[in-house]
Each structure stands twice: as C-alpha cells, then as structure tokens.
Design a protein around this ligand. Structure first.
Ligand SMILES: Cc1cc2nc3c(=O)[nH]c(=O)nc-3n(C[C@H](O)[C@H](O)[C@H](O)COP(=O)(O)OP(=O)(O)OC[C@H]3O[C@@H](n4cnc5c(N)ncnc54)[C@H](O)[C@@H]3O)c2cc1C
Length: 370
C-alpha cells in the first residue's frame, strides 16, 4: 500500500531499516505507558495502540493541551508519518512556504527557496493521532511515584522535561512565542542573531494568523519588540514558551533506565542549528518501532540506531557552540562545515528548503563576522 511512498522516502531519507514497519504483528500484547502526548508520544500511541495495551499520561488538561511549537516542518516527511498513522497530512496544512527570508546580523539578507516547508495544525494532528487511545490528561507524572511495575515499558516522551530518565547536564536555548491574529506578512522570515545565539522567527499560519517567537541563549530576543512596534494591529491570542534542548543524542545518554525508554527531545533528537524537533522526534519514534522484535523492545538496537542516525548532529552542535563561544574559524573548521553541508544536502527534502553551500557559508560568515 505504501510502496510509492516508500520509494520516495528512500530518496528523501536514509530509511534502510524501516521496511517492516507496517507489518508489525505481535503474539502477546505489551502493556505500554507513554508519558507525554506531544509529537513522539501521540505518534507512537497511535501506532502501538493497534496491537498493544497503551495508556498515555499527559500533564496538561485536555482543554488546555496546546503544542508549544511554531508548527513548521517539511511536508514530505509529515506525509509519510501521517500515512503510517492513517491520517492525510493535506488536511492539516495551514501554509505552504515559497521562500524564507533570512535577515542577518550584518544587515544582509539571504533568501532560501522552499521545497516542502509548511506550517500545519499540530494541535489537531496530535489530537487526531490520539482519537482511539486511552489518554489521562491533567496528570503530571513523576519518576518517583509512577507505578513502573504495571507496564512492560514506559516511554519517556516528555520532550524537554525528560521527566522519567536520569538528569544529564545539557545545553538549552530559552524560547517563547506568540500566536497572533490579524497579521499582514505571508511568508516565513527569520532574524539570525550574532554568534548564532538564537533567532527570531515569523511563521505564517492560515486566516491571517502566525507564530512569532524567539529563542536566544542570552535571552535578549532581538526582533520581538521591533515586530510589535511595526505591527500595531496584530492581536495576541496566546503566549507560550519553554526552552529547547539542542544537546545531541550522543550527549544525552542514558536513553533507558529500568523499563523506561526515552524517545524524541527527551534524548536530544532536535536539529541543533534550528531547534527543530518535530521530524527528529518522529524519526526517533520510528527507530523505536523498528526495534520491537517478538513483543520486546530491543533496547541495545534502539540505542545504536539512534546514535547512528543522529551522529552528524554532533558536528552541528559543535558548530553552534563554536559560534556562540566566538571560537569559530572559517579556516580551522572548514571540515565541519563541509560535513554538515553534505549531510543536510543528502536530506534536503527532509528540511523543506534548499541546502546551498554558498548560502550556508554566507550565513555563517554573517553570524560570525560582526
Ligand atoms: C517555542 C518553540 C517553537 C518550536 N518550533 C518548532 C518548529 O516550528 N518546528 C520544529 O520542528 N520544532 C519546533 N520546536 C521543537 C519541537 O517542538 C520539539 O522538539 C518537539 O515537539 C519534541 O517532541 P517530543 O514529542 O519529544 O516532545 P513534546 O512535543 O514537547 O511533548 C512533550 C509532552 O510531554 C508532556 N509532559 C512533560 N512533562 C510531563 C510529565 N511530567 N507528565 C506528563 N506529561 C508531561 C508535555 O506537556 C508535552 O505534551 C519548537 C520548540 C519550541 C519551544
């Protein structure tokens, strides 16, 4: 059924081991608790619930549950994951990008062509994924009190919170955003901060709505005040925020503890240069699904595959830290740039916008050369 899609996704992405994803059949149900109804939790719940005894625990109340995210992603990957979960991604798309404007600290601008970049209704997408699943809303689970013994596996899908797994000293970027109505601008734009300490974003939705937000290690959030000064007519619908983890998986171990297994941002599946975590969390979820063999999760295999798949995020993270700490050198670190470029280019459709070496170099130069 998914043959055409599968061929396409093989071109888009390095899915060499997912051939059996749609053929899961288990002899005995597993009892699985999923903590956190975000991207990874909702997607996993929707698939695992077909064959297993699944229960989801979510800290927000049902009526207040709202994904803290700017809802920007690549449609190619989301079409694939939606289809696996029997959803039609077209039903959720709010805006299709044509070009992203990047305003750089030197005053220059760079324009990137979009190829699949969209915003989508992530709130409704996650709700629909959970439509047939038992979800306990309004329960903030704690690792001390949760009855682990009642489940074969407990999946920590709490994202940034990493509630169920041992603490790791990680690197986070504080961020917040507004959901706005009555906006005028209808394209994606970004203001990059000096030394890559973060960026301001404007992500259009539908019906003259948009997210504007900013993440910044220094918590200065340049661009936000200017935006509201220049757009007096916009109406604020919501203000939301939380930090984004940009530490890559290799630095987020352990991924498991007793019968608990981390999935998604809880184990560092976020692209560090952009703080983009929807697709990485879904890829990580898919790796987990492919690690289920004879109604057991092969944790060693899962760990190894996650490390392998996200290995190049180490270099991306290294580059971000070099820029932030003002230790980046165009000459000394040229190999890192080429390696990141090659990896991103290989996955171009997964990002949803053009990956161009000259533009990447110009952007990095501008972030660095002030
Ligand atoms: C402001 C902002 C904007 C972003 N914009 C984008 C974007 O446009 N595109 C993109 O790709 N990525 C974006 N990201 C990153 C992306 O949202 C996350 O990386 C991604 O959602 C992580 O998915 P996840 O399933 O691991 O966790 P999440 O989607 O964060 O879900 C975690 C869930 O766990 C719940 N939870 C937490 N603690 C507990 C607990 N103790 N008990 C029960 N439930 C709990 C939370 O309420 C939440 O529902 C953004 C992040 C932020 C902060």
């Amino acid at each position: 059924m998914y043959d055409i899609l599968r061929v396409d996704i093989h071109n888009i992405y390095i899915n060499s081991y997912n051939k059996h994803l749609y053929q899961f059949r288990y002899d005995i149900d597993m009892r699985i608790a999923i903590i956190g109804a975000g991207v990874a939790g909702s997607f996993l719940a929707s698939i695992l619930n077909r064959e297993h005894n699944v229960e989801v625990f979510e800290s927000s109340k049902r009526e207040e549950h709202f994904p803290v995210c700017a809802w920007g992603t690549s449609r190619y990957m989301l079409e694939y994951y939606s289809k696996l979960a029997d959803l039609n991604f077209d039903d959720y798309i709010l805006h299709i990008g044509k070009k992203i404007e990047m305003r750089l600290p030197t005053g220059e601008k760079e324009f990137l062509d979009c190829n699949g970049l969209v915003t989508y209704d992530k709130e409704r997408w996650e709700k629909d994924l959970l439509s047939k699943v038992r979800v306990n809303y309004g329960i903030r689970v704690s690792s001390d009190t949760f009855p682990l013994h009642r489940y074969d596996y407990v999946l920590d899908c709490t994202g940034f919170h990493r509630t169920m797994l041992p603490h790791v000293d990680d690197f986070i970027v504080p961020a917040y955003e507004y959901l706005l109505e009555n906006v005028k601008h209808d394209e994606f734009y970004i203001i990059g901060y000096k030394n890559a300490t973060g960026y301001f974003w404007y992500f259009p939705l539908n019906n003259n709505r948009a997210f504007v937000g900013a993440g910044d290690v220094k918590k200065v959030y340049h661009g936000m005040e200017e935006f509201f000064n220049e757009n007096k007519d916009v109406k604020i619908i919501r203000k939301i925020g939380r930090p984004i983890r940009i530490t890559p998986p290799t630095k987020m171990e352990p991924f498991s503890d007793r019968n608990i297994i981390g999935v998604g941002e809880s184990i560092g599946c976020v692209f560090p240069l952009l703080g983009e975590g929807i697709i990485p969390s879904l890829i990580c979820s898919e790796i987990l699904l492919n690690s289920i063999i004879s109604n057991k999760i092969d944790i060693a295999r899962y760990r190894n595959e996650v490390i392998k798949r996200f290995r190049y995020y180490d270099n991306v993270y290294r580059l971000v830290r070099l820029l932030i700490e003002n230790r980046f050198s165009k000459i000394k670190h040229v190999n890192i740039i080429y390696s990141i470029y090659r990896n991103m280019k290989r996955e171009e459709k997964r990002f949803g916008f053009e990956i161009n070496l000259n533009k990447l170099r110009r952007i990095l130069n501008s972030l660095h050369n002030i």
